[in-house]
Ligand binder design. Sequence first.
Ligand SMILES: [Fe+2]
Ligand SMILES: [Fe+2]
Length: 174
Amino acid sequence: MFDYDLATIKLYWAKTEQPCATFDALVDIGYLDAPASKGHHLAVKGGLVRHSMRVTQHLLETRAVPEVSAYRIGMYHDLVKCLCYKTSEGGGFEYVQPPYPGHGVASVLIADDLGIHLEPFERAAIVWHMGAFGLDERQMEEYKASLRKWPVPIIFTHAADHLASVQEEVEAKS
Ligand SMILES: [Fe+2]
Ligand SMILES: [Fe+2]
């Protein structure tokens, strides 16, 4: 579906308007090699960046957030996946607990570690990109509070991520 080569990836990264050093920092933590999942969608080397570009594309199509934010949210929403999958002896991937809690929260913290700038609503969209899936009662209250403040970025980011994941699973089975 997408041109997937270094030049295109760099084009997407450039649209996120970050300091030059952040691209090398992303490469250093395995951004170009990480899978998008352990065994579901795009569980292959390079799966993460392909998934991220697809989410970016869907978010751009919605016009729900400014263009630069669509690129930032799409390209950085799953940064945690750079740290939580390692190649297993059998050739697949195994899960490793990253040093930060959560999924979206961890991605925001890793972006911060790399010197990537995110606006508050971009952070919120990344934090809650899984929607309400798997939230306990307390987290649900936190989610609703964020939704009240940034409803459009949060809901459309979740929709873009969910749509991309479903498409990738369908493609994997065809
Ligand atoms: Fe995710
Ligand atoms: Fe995702």
